[in-house]
Design a protein around this ligand. Structure first.
Ligand code: DAT
Ligand code: MG
Length: 150
């Protein structure tokens, strides 16, 4: 089953939107397999955003993600990565489709509230970076057969 890392970033936590984000993924039918509320270390922030090192917004991005606690989660489901990115919306909130999280709750790219893995391979890498194997729960829901075709 495909998995995505999801982070409610510091602005989402400060604004009391953890529950709102969780509710949207639960309603979509995705299955939660891990969650932890945590302060992000500088080392973890740098490893997570390594692809952006050297870009003009990099220092601000690292300062933002380490500025206050985040809610880190792993969600799974068929096509979970694409489905979650769709629910999250475009990186720039002003370009995000109505009804997406970034559209509904954000205005600026530097305060875009949430992170989600961008490709299935990225999901695998990011889940391994943020969570130990024993922090992830393999489980079944009674409702799975009504949400997942196979
Ligand atoms: P996403 O978070 O949608 O995967 P990304 O991986 O391209 O987007 O960038 C990571 C984060 O970096 C993004 O959520 C906000 C910030 N960022 C990206 N592009 C930016 C830009 N042009 N100016 C300022 N911040 C930017
Ligand atoms: Mg990204």
């Amino acid at each position: 089953m495909e998995r995505s890392l999801v982070l409610v970033k510091p602005d989402g936590v400060q604004r009391g939107l953890i529950g709102e984000v969780i509710a949207r993924f639960e309603r979509r039918g995705l299955r939660l397999v891990g969650a932890k509320f945590m302060q992000v270390s500088l080392d973890l922030a740098k490893a997570h955003y390594a692809e952006h090192e050297g870009k003009p917004f990099y220092d601000g991005l690292i300062a933002y993600i380490t500025s206050a606690p985040v809610m880190a989660m792993v969600w799974e489901g068929p096509n979970a990565v694409a489905a979650i990115r769709q629910t999250v919306g475009s990186t720039k909130p002003a370009e995000a489709a109505p009804g997406t999280i970034r559209h509904d709750f954000a205005l600026e790219v530097g305060r875009n509230l949430i992170h989600a893995s961008d490709k299935p391979e990225t999901g695998v890498r990011e889940v391994a970076l943020w969570f130990k194997a024993e922090e992830l729960v393999d489980w079944k829901r009674e409702v799975d057969r009504w949400v997942f075709e196979k």
